[in-house]
Design a protein around this ligand. Structure first.
Ligand code: SAM
Length: 349
């Protein structure tokens, strides 16, 4: 492994949460260096297939090399996972047994000079996962108003000194490099406090904004559920509280039949649960893993399983005139969209 190689986080926990099985079909929405992807392919052999997505063309190139031994079992797509459903339809890759999101950025991106993700090396202020995207961190830092910057750093960085930092940025711009920005933030907050560099939260905020990370995650989670077959697994590893909150709330909401506010006496939303939460408590890396790979320390894993919405299940059972055990009898693998089609045929008859 080279010094810059990315070490995949919570590998055993991920494989278990995805319930990887031979012959299964999996989507890795954040391919990175292909570490998780390779282990998924190992466990899904023989016959397993993996569709790997990454917005960064360099990640795709690296993973193409490392996954070469898996030949035709792998399909790699350089795209944003916000287009997850369209990608899977385009390659007829559905329904799937499991979908993985290992969010954020890889060690390859963090350590590579020139990408602008790290405040420890001089680089242009870039931070785009996809270099063809128009807006970079430098555009935001040098064109947003002081109030917009303060708001962004507070919201996406959860930084209490956001106003001082925004004021100083506006005074000192143009700011062109990562080191210039890191020094500006240090001056704004009056030097270093503790072990964490004072620019950590500002850099996080900018990266989230540049890549629209929270909006794309929300959209992709919804799409993922539609692609999962019956009992298919959704597994998400997040690295900061804003992402983890979105994942947690999404899974909790999708695991409920009614999402009306508590003040509404009778359900008016008609929402049906589509997921069952697998781990009630968030899974974190073991102390041994954190010692071995300190970058894993903030990782949080959540997993859920696709269930058939109650009405869909019971309508089908009624129409087929069979017993409710129909759900558990087969091989545990159903395609919800096929069931929907079947139901519409029965309804039309
Ligand atoms: C933590 S790394 C994944 C590492 C990977 N699991 C491994 O084992 O090597 C996250 C990857 O997700 C990619 N990424 C982040 N947001 C993305 C998005 N919205 N669409 C596609 N790829 C994204 C990044 O470019 C990065 O390569």
């Amino acid at each position: 492994m080279s010094a810059a190689a990315h070490i995949p986080v919570m590998v055993d926990e991920t494989i278990k949460a995805l319930a990887v099985q031979p012959g299964g079909r999996y989507v890795d929405c954040t391919l990175g260096g292909g570490g998780h992807a390779a282990v998924i392919l190992e466990h899904s052999s023989p016959g397993g297939q993996l569709l790997g997505i990454d917005a960064d063309p360099e990640a795709i190139a690296t993973a193409r090399q490392s996954l070469e031994p898996y030949g035709d079992s792998v399909l790699l797509v350089n795209d944003n996972f916000v287009n997850l459903e369209a990608i899977c339809y385009k390659y007829d890759f559905l329904p799937v047994h499991g979908i993985l999101f290992d969010l954020g950025l890889s060690s390859l991106q963090l350590d590579e000079s020139g990408r602008g993700f790290s405040f420890q090396q001089r680089a242009p202020l870039d931070m785009r996962f996809d270099p063809s995207q128009k807006v970079s961190a430098a555009d935001i830092v040098n064109t947003y108003s002081e109030a917009e910057l303060a708001n962004l750093i507070y919201t996406y960085g959860e930084e209490s000194a956001s106003r001082q930092i925004a004021r100083r940025i506006v005074q000192e711009r143009p700011i062109k490099t990562t080191l210039e920005l890191a020094q500006t933030v240090e001056r704004a907050v009056g030097g270093r406090r503790g072990r964490i560099h004072p620019a950590t939260k500002t850099f996080q905020a900018l990266r989230i904004a540049v890549n629209h990370e929270l909006e794309t995650l929300e959209s992709a989670l919804k799409q993922a559920v539609n692609l999962l077959g019956y009992e298919g697994r959704l597994v998400v590893i997040s690295y900061h509280s804003l992402e983890d909150r979105i994942v947690k709330q999404f899974m909790q909401q999708e695991a409920r039949d009614c999402i009306c506010p508590p003040s509404v006496p009778t359900c008016v939303c008609g929402h049906k649960a589509s997921l069952r939460i697998i781990n009630k408590r968030v899974i974190v890396p073991s102390p041994e893993e954190v010692t071995r790979n300190p970058r894993s320390r903030s990782a949080k894993l959540r997993a859920a399983e696709r269930i058939m919405p109650q009405d869909e299940h019971y309508n089908l059972v009624e129409q087929l005139g069979s017993s409710p055990e129909v759900k558990t009898r087969g091989n545990g693998w159903r395609r919800p969209s096929l069931l929907r089609m079947l139901r519409s045929v029965f309804n039309a008859a």
